[in-house]
Design a protein around this ligand. Structure first.
Ligand code: PLP
Length: 422
Protein backbone atom coordinates (compact mmCIF):
# COMPACT_ATOMS: atom_id res chain seq x y z
CA UNK A 1 0.00 0.00 0.00
CA UNK A 2 1.16 3.53 -0.69
CA UNK A 3 -0.14 7.05 -0.47
CA UNK A 4 -0.35 7.96 -4.15
CA UNK A 5 -3.99 7.94 -5.25
CA UNK A 6 -6.59 9.90 -7.19
CA UNK A 7 -9.06 12.25 -5.59
CA UNK A 8 -11.64 12.81 -8.29
CA UNK A 9 -9.39 13.29 -11.31
CA UNK A 10 -6.27 14.51 -9.58
CA UNK A 11 -3.30 12.45 -8.49
CA UNK A 12 -2.41 13.09 -4.87
CA UNK A 13 0.59 12.30 -2.75
CA UNK A 14 -0.88 12.00 0.76
CA UNK A 15 -3.02 15.16 1.11
CA UNK A 16 -1.38 17.26 -1.58
CA UNK A 17 -2.18 17.33 -5.27
CA UNK A 18 0.83 16.52 -7.40
CA UNK A 19 -0.14 19.28 -9.84
CA UNK A 20 0.01 21.83 -7.02
CA UNK A 21 3.59 20.85 -6.17
CA UNK A 22 4.56 20.96 -9.86
CA UNK A 23 3.19 24.51 -10.08
CA UNK A 24 5.26 25.55 -7.09
CA UNK A 25 8.58 24.05 -8.03
CA UNK A 26 8.53 23.16 -11.73
CA UNK A 27 9.40 19.82 -13.33
CA UNK A 28 10.90 17.26 -13.36
CA UNK A 29 11.07 16.22 -9.71
CA UNK A 30 11.11 13.14 -7.53
CA UNK A 31 8.25 13.02 -5.07
CA UNK A 32 8.31 10.83 -1.95
CA UNK A 33 5.61 10.10 0.59
CA UNK A 34 6.70 10.25 4.22
CA UNK A 35 3.87 8.01 5.40
CA UNK A 36 4.64 5.39 2.78
CA UNK A 37 8.34 5.22 3.62
CA UNK A 38 7.58 5.01 7.31
CA UNK A 39 4.91 2.38 6.83
CA UNK A 40 7.10 0.27 4.57
CA UNK A 41 9.95 0.37 7.04
CA UNK A 42 7.70 -0.52 9.97
CA UNK A 43 5.94 -3.35 8.14
CA UNK A 44 9.28 -4.83 7.12
CA UNK A 45 10.98 -4.35 10.47
CA UNK A 46 8.00 -5.50 12.54
CA UNK A 47 7.71 -8.64 10.44
CA UNK A 48 10.83 -9.83 12.27
CA UNK A 49 9.59 -8.88 15.72
CA UNK A 50 10.70 -11.34 18.37
CA UNK A 51 13.66 -12.40 16.29
CA UNK A 52 17.00 -10.79 17.07
CA UNK A 53 17.48 -8.69 13.96
CA UNK A 54 18.78 -5.47 12.50
CA UNK A 55 17.25 -3.77 9.46
CA UNK A 56 20.00 -1.95 7.56
CA UNK A 57 18.52 0.17 4.78
CA UNK A 58 20.52 -0.12 1.57
CA UNK A 59 21.69 3.40 0.79
CA UNK A 60 22.37 2.75 -2.84
CA UNK A 61 18.63 2.51 -3.49
CA UNK A 62 18.11 6.06 -2.22
CA UNK A 63 20.55 8.07 -0.17
CA UNK A 64 18.83 11.41 0.35
CA UNK A 65 19.67 12.76 3.82
CA UNK A 66 16.06 13.49 4.74
CA UNK A 67 14.98 9.97 3.89
CA UNK A 68 17.89 8.54 5.84
CA UNK A 69 16.99 10.72 8.81
CA UNK A 70 13.42 9.47 8.66
CA UNK A 71 14.68 5.88 8.74
CA UNK A 72 17.18 6.67 11.49
CA UNK A 73 14.32 7.98 13.62
CA UNK A 74 12.54 4.67 13.04
CA UNK A 75 15.59 2.86 14.41
CA UNK A 76 16.93 1.74 11.06
CA UNK A 77 20.55 0.95 10.35
CA UNK A 78 22.38 1.27 7.04
CA UNK A 79 24.04 -0.88 4.44
CA UNK A 80 26.67 1.24 2.69
CA UNK A 81 28.89 0.40 -0.26
CA UNK A 82 31.26 3.39 -0.33
CA UNK A 83 32.87 6.03 1.82
CA UNK A 84 30.41 8.52 0.38
CA UNK A 85 27.45 6.45 1.50
CA UNK A 86 29.02 6.01 4.93
CA UNK A 87 29.42 9.79 5.15
CA UNK A 88 25.74 10.24 4.29
CA UNK A 89 24.57 7.61 6.79
CA UNK A 90 26.56 9.22 9.60
CA UNK A 91 25.48 12.72 8.59
CA UNK A 92 21.84 11.62 8.70
CA UNK A 93 22.27 10.39 12.25
CA UNK A 94 22.26 6.65 11.70
CA UNK A 95 24.01 4.99 14.64
CA UNK A 96 27.49 3.74 13.60
CA UNK A 97 26.90 0.44 15.38
CA UNK A 98 24.00 -0.17 13.00
CA UNK A 99 26.07 0.34 9.84
CA UNK A 100 27.46 -2.49 7.72
CA UNK A 101 29.81 -1.87 4.83
CA UNK A 102 29.66 -4.06 1.67
CA UNK A 103 31.32 -3.80 -1.74
CA UNK A 104 34.11 -5.46 -3.70
CA UNK A 105 36.26 -2.36 -4.05
CA UNK A 106 36.68 -0.70 -0.67
CA UNK A 107 39.55 1.77 -0.79
CA UNK A 108 42.08 2.18 2.04
CA UNK A 109 40.81 5.64 2.91
CA UNK A 110 37.20 4.45 2.97
CA UNK A 111 38.17 1.57 5.26
CA UNK A 112 40.00 4.02 7.54
CA UNK A 113 36.94 6.24 7.77
CA UNK A 114 34.73 3.24 8.53
CA UNK A 115 37.06 1.96 11.25
CA UNK A 116 37.34 5.39 12.84
CA UNK A 117 33.56 5.77 12.77
CA UNK A 118 33.04 2.53 14.67
CA UNK A 119 30.76 0.77 12.23
CA UNK A 120 29.24 -2.59 13.18
CA UNK A 121 31.13 -4.57 10.55
CA UNK A 122 32.70 -4.89 7.15
CA UNK A 123 31.29 -7.41 4.70
CA UNK A 124 34.60 -8.54 3.24
CA UNK A 125 34.57 -9.79 -0.34
CA UNK A 126 38.10 -11.12 -0.98
CA UNK A 127 41.26 -12.39 0.73
CA UNK A 128 43.21 -9.37 -0.44
CA UNK A 129 40.62 -7.01 1.00
CA UNK A 130 40.83 -8.92 4.28
CA UNK A 131 44.63 -8.50 4.39
CA UNK A 132 44.36 -4.82 3.52
CA UNK A 133 41.76 -4.23 6.21
CA UNK A 134 43.91 -6.04 8.75
CA UNK A 135 46.82 -3.76 7.89
CA UNK A 136 44.74 -0.62 8.24
CA UNK A 137 43.31 -1.78 11.56
CA UNK A 138 46.82 -2.55 12.79
CA UNK A 139 48.05 0.92 11.85
CA UNK A 140 45.26 2.55 13.79
CA UNK A 141 45.61 0.16 16.72
CA UNK A 142 42.09 -1.14 16.37
CA UNK A 143 40.24 -4.30 15.43
CA UNK A 144 38.00 -4.59 12.41
CA UNK A 145 34.82 -6.59 12.89
CA UNK A 146 33.95 -8.51 9.80
CA UNK A 147 31.63 -10.88 8.05
CA UNK A 148 32.77 -12.68 4.94
CA UNK A 149 30.41 -12.13 2.05
CA UNK A 150 29.88 -15.47 0.42
CA UNK A 151 28.35 -16.32 -2.90
CA UNK A 152 25.82 -19.03 -2.05
CA UNK A 153 25.29 -19.94 -5.71
CA UNK A 154 21.51 -19.99 -5.83
CA UNK A 155 19.59 -19.63 -9.07
CA UNK A 156 17.36 -16.61 -9.63
CA UNK A 157 14.79 -15.28 -12.02
CA UNK A 158 15.60 -11.61 -12.36
CA UNK A 159 17.53 -9.34 -14.68
CA UNK A 160 21.09 -10.71 -15.20
CA UNK A 161 22.60 -7.35 -14.25
CA UNK A 162 21.11 -7.58 -10.76
CA UNK A 163 21.89 -11.25 -10.09
CA UNK A 164 24.76 -11.18 -7.63
CA UNK A 165 24.81 -14.53 -5.85
CA UNK A 166 25.12 -17.06 -8.64
CA UNK A 167 28.04 -18.76 -10.35
CA UNK A 168 30.57 -16.38 -11.71
CA UNK A 169 29.48 -13.05 -10.27
CA UNK A 170 32.18 -10.71 -8.99
CA UNK A 171 30.51 -10.54 -5.59
CA UNK A 172 31.49 -12.44 -2.49
CA UNK A 173 33.59 -15.55 -2.17
CA UNK A 174 32.38 -18.93 -3.46
CA UNK A 175 31.01 -20.80 -0.49
CA UNK A 176 33.45 -23.69 -0.99
CA UNK A 177 36.45 -21.32 -0.82
CA UNK A 178 35.10 -19.35 2.10
CA UNK A 179 36.44 -21.75 4.76
CA UNK A 180 39.97 -20.81 3.70
CA UNK A 181 39.13 -17.15 3.95
CA UNK A 182 37.65 -17.66 7.40
CA UNK A 183 40.77 -19.55 8.43
CA UNK A 184 42.85 -16.63 7.20
CA UNK A 185 40.63 -14.17 9.05
CA UNK A 186 41.06 -16.16 12.22
CA UNK A 187 44.84 -15.86 11.96
CA UNK A 188 44.87 -12.12 11.38
CA UNK A 189 45.46 -10.23 14.61
CA UNK A 190 43.42 -7.13 13.87
CA UNK A 191 40.42 -8.91 12.44
CA UNK A 192 37.52 -10.12 14.53
CA UNK A 193 35.17 -12.52 12.78
CA UNK A 194 31.57 -11.74 13.60
CA UNK A 195 29.38 -12.99 10.81
CA UNK A 196 28.50 -14.47 7.47
CA UNK A 197 26.87 -12.34 4.84
CA UNK A 198 25.41 -12.66 1.38
CA UNK A 199 23.23 -10.70 -1.01
CA UNK A 200 21.85 -12.85 -3.78
CA UNK A 201 20.26 -10.31 -6.08
CA UNK A 202 17.57 -7.69 -6.43
CA UNK A 203 13.88 -7.48 -7.32
CA UNK A 204 13.31 -11.11 -6.34
CA UNK A 205 9.68 -12.14 -6.36
CA UNK A 206 10.00 -15.62 -4.86
CA UNK A 207 10.92 -16.75 -1.37
CA UNK A 208 12.72 -19.98 -2.23
CA UNK A 209 16.10 -18.49 -3.23
CA UNK A 210 16.26 -16.59 0.07
CA UNK A 211 15.47 -19.73 2.02
CA UNK A 212 18.04 -21.68 0.06
CA UNK A 213 20.68 -19.01 0.68
CA UNK A 214 19.86 -18.90 4.38
CA UNK A 215 20.14 -22.70 4.59
CA UNK A 216 23.59 -22.49 3.07
CA UNK A 217 24.60 -19.77 5.53
CA UNK A 218 23.40 -21.96 8.38
CA UNK A 219 25.36 -24.91 7.10
CA UNK A 220 28.47 -22.75 6.93
CA UNK A 221 27.68 -21.40 10.37
CA UNK A 222 27.95 -24.93 11.80
CA UNK A 223 31.25 -25.57 10.06
CA UNK A 224 32.66 -22.31 11.35
CA UNK A 225 31.52 -23.11 14.84
CA UNK A 226 33.52 -26.33 14.61
CA UNK A 227 36.52 -24.25 13.56
CA UNK A 228 36.12 -22.35 16.81
CA UNK A 229 34.72 -19.20 15.25
CA UNK A 230 32.08 -17.37 17.20
CA UNK A 231 29.58 -16.24 14.57
CA UNK A 232 27.06 -13.79 15.95
CA UNK A 233 25.49 -12.39 12.80
CA UNK A 234 23.92 -13.86 9.69
CA UNK A 235 23.36 -11.25 7.01
CA UNK A 236 20.94 -12.23 4.25
CA UNK A 237 21.30 -8.96 2.32
CA UNK A 238 18.40 -7.32 0.53
CA UNK A 239 16.63 -8.11 -2.68
CA UNK A 240 12.95 -8.49 -1.84
CA UNK A 241 11.03 -7.36 -4.92
CA UNK A 242 8.13 -4.97 -5.37
CA UNK A 243 5.22 -4.59 -7.77
CA UNK A 244 6.17 -2.43 -10.73
CA UNK A 245 3.67 -3.97 -13.12
CA UNK A 246 2.05 -7.33 -12.41
CA UNK A 247 4.71 -8.95 -10.22
CA UNK A 248 3.43 -10.60 -7.07
CA UNK A 249 6.35 -10.51 -4.64
CA UNK A 250 5.91 -12.07 -1.22
CA UNK A 251 4.68 -9.79 1.55
CA UNK A 252 7.40 -9.01 4.12
CA UNK A 253 5.40 -11.07 6.62
CA UNK A 254 5.60 -14.15 4.41
CA UNK A 255 9.26 -13.51 3.78
CA UNK A 256 9.94 -13.16 7.50
CA UNK A 257 7.93 -16.27 8.33
CA UNK A 258 9.96 -18.36 5.88
CA UNK A 259 13.23 -17.03 7.28
CA UNK A 260 12.14 -17.65 10.86
CA UNK A 261 11.34 -21.26 10.02
CA UNK A 262 14.71 -21.71 8.35
CA UNK A 263 16.64 -20.12 11.17
CA UNK A 264 15.14 -22.35 13.82
CA UNK A 265 16.78 -22.14 17.21
CA UNK A 266 20.23 -20.89 16.24
CA UNK A 267 21.46 -18.06 18.37
CA UNK A 268 22.42 -15.18 16.19
CA UNK A 269 21.28 -11.82 15.01
CA UNK A 270 19.80 -11.70 11.54
CA UNK A 271 20.83 -8.68 9.47
CA UNK A 272 18.64 -7.60 6.57
CA UNK A 273 19.56 -5.01 3.96
CA UNK A 274 16.33 -4.01 2.22
CA UNK A 275 16.39 -1.13 -0.24
CA UNK A 276 13.82 -1.32 -2.98
CA UNK A 277 11.06 -2.81 -0.83
CA UNK A 278 11.21 0.18 1.51
CA UNK A 279 11.55 3.06 -0.92
CA UNK A 280 10.61 1.80 -4.43
CA UNK A 281 6.89 2.39 -4.25
CA UNK A 282 7.26 5.36 -1.92
CA UNK A 283 8.42 7.66 -4.71
CA UNK A 284 7.43 8.81 -8.19
CA UNK A 285 9.05 10.93 -10.86
CA UNK A 286 6.90 13.81 -12.07
CA UNK A 287 7.56 15.17 -15.53
CA UNK A 288 5.82 17.45 -18.03
CA UNK A 289 5.06 16.79 -21.68
CA UNK A 290 7.03 19.09 -23.99
CA UNK A 291 5.94 17.86 -27.41
CA UNK A 292 4.30 14.96 -29.17
CA UNK A 293 5.24 13.62 -32.57
CA UNK A 294 4.70 10.66 -34.87
CA UNK A 295 7.26 8.90 -37.01
CA UNK A 296 7.08 5.60 -38.90
CA UNK A 297 3.75 4.69 -37.32
CA UNK A 298 5.12 5.33 -33.85
CA UNK A 299 3.86 7.93 -31.48
CA UNK A 300 6.29 9.67 -29.17
CA UNK A 301 5.48 11.70 -26.10
CA UNK A 302 8.52 13.84 -25.35
CA UNK A 303 8.80 14.78 -21.70
CA UNK A 304 11.23 16.91 -19.70
CA UNK A 305 12.69 13.94 -17.78
CA UNK A 306 15.12 11.55 -19.40
CA UNK A 307 17.42 8.62 -18.86
CA UNK A 308 19.78 10.82 -16.89
CA UNK A 309 17.00 11.29 -14.32
CA UNK A 310 15.72 7.68 -14.31
CA UNK A 311 17.97 5.17 -16.02
CA UNK A 312 16.22 1.92 -15.09
CA UNK A 313 14.19 1.56 -18.31
CA UNK A 314 17.31 2.14 -20.41
CA UNK A 315 19.67 0.05 -18.30
CA UNK A 316 17.47 -2.89 -17.31
CA UNK A 317 14.53 -2.56 -19.68
CA UNK A 318 12.48 -2.03 -16.53
CA UNK A 319 8.78 -1.32 -16.47
CA UNK A 320 7.51 1.79 -14.71
CA UNK A 321 3.79 2.49 -14.82
CA UNK A 322 2.90 5.78 -16.50
CA UNK A 323 -0.03 7.68 -15.02
CA UNK A 324 -1.62 11.02 -15.81
CA UNK A 325 -1.47 13.58 -13.02
CA UNK A 326 -4.92 14.67 -14.19
CA UNK A 327 -7.18 11.96 -15.52
CA UNK A 328 -8.32 12.57 -19.08
CA UNK A 329 -11.33 10.24 -19.58
CA UNK A 330 -10.48 9.67 -23.20
CA UNK A 331 -9.43 6.58 -25.13
CA UNK A 332 -5.96 5.25 -24.48
CA UNK A 333 -3.50 4.99 -27.31
CA UNK A 334 -0.14 3.35 -27.84
CA UNK A 335 2.91 5.56 -27.55
CA UNK A 336 6.41 5.73 -26.17
CA UNK A 337 7.37 8.17 -23.47
CA UNK A 338 10.82 9.51 -24.30
CA UNK A 339 13.19 12.09 -22.86
CA UNK A 340 15.22 14.94 -24.35
CA UNK A 341 18.57 13.11 -24.26
CA UNK A 342 20.42 12.54 -27.51
CA UNK A 343 20.35 8.75 -27.30
CA UNK A 344 17.92 6.30 -28.86
CA UNK A 345 17.97 4.44 -25.54
CA UNK A 346 16.45 7.45 -23.81
CA UNK A 347 12.97 6.21 -23.01
CA UNK A 348 10.88 5.92 -19.88
CA UNK A 349 8.15 3.71 -21.36
CA UNK A 350 8.06 1.93 -24.71
CA UNK A 351 4.97 1.17 -26.83
CA UNK A 352 2.53 1.47 -23.97
CA UNK A 353 -1.16 2.17 -23.75
CA UNK A 354 -1.44 5.62 -22.26
CA UNK A 355 -3.79 8.59 -22.26
CA UNK A 356 -3.47 10.94 -25.26
CA UNK A 357 -1.02 13.25 -23.53
CA UNK A 358 -0.70 16.79 -24.87
CA UNK A 359 2.05 19.37 -24.42
CA UNK A 360 1.87 20.80 -20.91
CA UNK A 361 0.32 17.71 -19.35
CA UNK A 362 1.94 16.33 -16.22
CA UNK A 363 2.91 12.68 -16.16
CA UNK A 364 3.75 10.50 -13.16
CA UNK A 365 6.33 7.74 -13.57
CA UNK A 366 5.41 5.37 -10.78
CA UNK A 367 7.57 3.21 -8.48
CA UNK A 368 10.59 5.45 -8.97
CA UNK A 369 11.70 5.80 -5.35
CA UNK A 370 14.47 3.18 -5.55
CA UNK A 371 17.44 3.41 -7.93
CA UNK A 372 15.88 6.58 -9.33
CA UNK A 373 17.60 9.70 -8.09
CA UNK A 374 20.50 7.66 -6.68
CA UNK A 375 21.41 6.60 -10.23
CA UNK A 376 20.73 10.00 -11.82
CA UNK A 377 23.52 11.74 -13.70
CA UNK A 378 24.25 15.02 -15.41
CA UNK A 379 24.52 13.47 -18.88
CA UNK A 380 23.80 16.01 -21.62
CA UNK A 381 24.61 18.63 -18.96
CA UNK A 382 21.19 18.35 -17.45
CA UNK A 383 20.88 19.57 -13.87
CA UNK A 384 19.55 16.74 -11.73
CA UNK A 385 15.92 17.11 -10.64
CA UNK A 386 14.62 18.33 -7.29
CA UNK A 387 13.52 15.88 -4.64
CA UNK A 388 10.43 16.57 -2.56
CA UNK A 389 9.05 14.89 0.54
CA UNK A 390 5.35 15.15 1.36
CA UNK A 391 3.94 14.63 4.83
CA UNK A 392 0.18 15.10 4.98
CA UNK A 393 -0.51 18.58 3.62
CA UNK A 394 3.12 19.67 3.86
CA UNK A 395 5.80 19.42 1.27
CA UNK A 396 9.52 20.03 1.66
CA UNK A 397 12.21 20.25 -0.92
CA UNK A 398 14.76 17.74 0.35
CA UNK A 399 17.17 18.36 -2.51
CA UNK A 400 17.17 21.54 -4.55
CA UNK A 401 17.02 21.27 -8.31
CA UNK A 402 20.57 21.64 -9.56
CA UNK A 403 21.58 24.85 -11.27
CA UNK A 404 23.87 25.46 -14.24
CA UNK A 405 26.51 26.60 -11.75
CA UNK A 406 26.22 23.22 -10.01
CA UNK A 407 27.01 21.62 -13.37
CA UNK A 408 30.43 23.21 -13.59
CA UNK A 409 31.23 23.06 -9.89
CA UNK A 410 34.85 22.00 -9.52
CA UNK A 411 35.76 22.47 -13.17
CA UNK A 412 38.73 24.72 -13.87
CA UNK A 413 40.30 26.22 -16.96
CA UNK A 414 44.09 25.91 -16.67
CA UNK A 415 46.28 28.94 -17.00
CA UNK A 416 47.68 27.89 -20.38
CA UNK A 417 44.18 28.15 -21.80
CA UNK A 418 43.56 31.64 -20.42
CA UNK A 419 42.51 34.16 -23.08
CA UNK A 420 45.87 35.89 -23.30
CA UNK A 421 47.70 32.72 -24.28
CA UNK A 422 45.11 31.41 -26.77
C1 PLP B 1 21.91 -3.47 -3.61
C2 PLP B 1 22.16 -4.16 -2.33
C3 PLP B 1 21.15 -4.31 -1.38
C4 PLP B 1 19.73 -3.81 -1.58
O1 PLP B 1 19.04 -4.51 -2.56
P1 PLP B 1 17.48 -4.27 -2.79
O2 PLP B 1 17.15 -5.16 -3.92
O3 PLP B 1 17.29 -2.83 -3.11
O4 PLP B 1 16.78 -4.65 -1.53
C5 PLP B 1 21.46 -4.92 -0.18
N1 PLP B 1 22.72 -5.38 0.06
C6 PLP B 1 23.72 -5.26 -0.82
C7 PLP B 1 25.07 -5.77 -0.50
C8 PLP B 1 23.48 -4.66 -2.06
O5 PLP B 1 24.47 -4.55 -2.93
Amino acid sequence: MNYFSYKQDDLYCEDLSVAYIAEQIGTPFYLYSYSTIRRHFQVFNNAFKGLDHLTCFSLKSNSNLAILRLLALEGGGADVVSGGELFRALRAGIAPDKIVYSGVGKTPSDMELALKSGILMFNVESDQELQALNGIAENSGSKAMIAIRINPDVELKTHPYIVTGFGESKFGIPIKDSLNTYALAKRLKNIEVKGISCHIGSQLTEIDPFVEALRKLRELYRKLKNMGLDIKFLNLGGGLGITYHDEEPPHPLEYARALRETIGANKFTLILEPGRVIIGNAGILVTRVLYTKSAANKRFIIVDAGMNDLIRPTLYDSFHAVQPVKMAHSDMFTASLVGPICETGDFLAKDRKMPPFKPGDLVAIMSAGAYGFSMASNYNSRPRPAEVLVKGKLFSIIRARETYDDLINGEMIPEFLEKSSV
